[in-house]
Design a protein around this ligand. Structure first.
Ligand code: SF4
Ligand code: SF4
Length: 143
């Protein structure tokens, strides 16, 4: 049962994005967050920049705080790799380090990893039209 949602965002994309659409999508339970119930904690942070190596330190810090401050277990945490990391969109193609980042998370004991966060209707349409490559999900950064 999920108790904590963690979104990891592309550090490069975050230079031009506050993360609002991801957060709003979580609170609205839309996009990749549709299935979640109430009373779920939420946090987001970026990968720390290419090649994603900083995810190891950030997830370690998160784990320490999770253990100290809550009774939530690692398998009750769902990690969403943000749409800006995993999709092709107007500004960036899919991150070439996604598998590396997933391996870091698995090594640190986090196996509930989902691709996608906020899903843009516009980007999804362009994906259907073949303008963007269709990996999965969608991203807000097409506008
Ligand atoms: S998916 Fe969109 S809203 Fe979320 S962090 Fe990436 S660029 Fe920002
Ligand atoms: S490692 Fe991937 S997600 Fe992180 S900044 Fe680089 S391209 Fe973006």
């Amino acid at each position: 049962m999920e108790k904590y949602i963690l979104i990891i965002q592309c550090d490069i994309a975050h230079n031009r994005c506050s993360g609002f659409a991801c957060t709003n999508s979580f609170y609205e339970r839309s996009g990749a967050f549709e299935k979640y119930g109430e009373n779920i904690k939420y946090i987001s942070f970026t990968c720390g920049g290419c090649c994603g190596k900083s995810v190891a330190a950030k997830i370690e810090h998160f784990t320490r705080k999770l253990t100290l401050k809550t009774d939530i277990l690692k398998d009750e945490v769902i990690i969403h790799l943000a749409s800006c990391m995993v999709t092709d969109n107007a500004h960036y193609d899919r991150c070439p380090h996604v598998d590396f980042i997933k391996r870091i998370l698995a090594k640190k004991g986090f196996t509930n990893v989902v691709e996608g966060s906020y899903i843009s209707g516009g980007a999804s349409r362009k994906r259907e039209m073949g303008i963007y490559k269709d990996y999965k999900g969608g991203c807000c950064t097409d506008s």
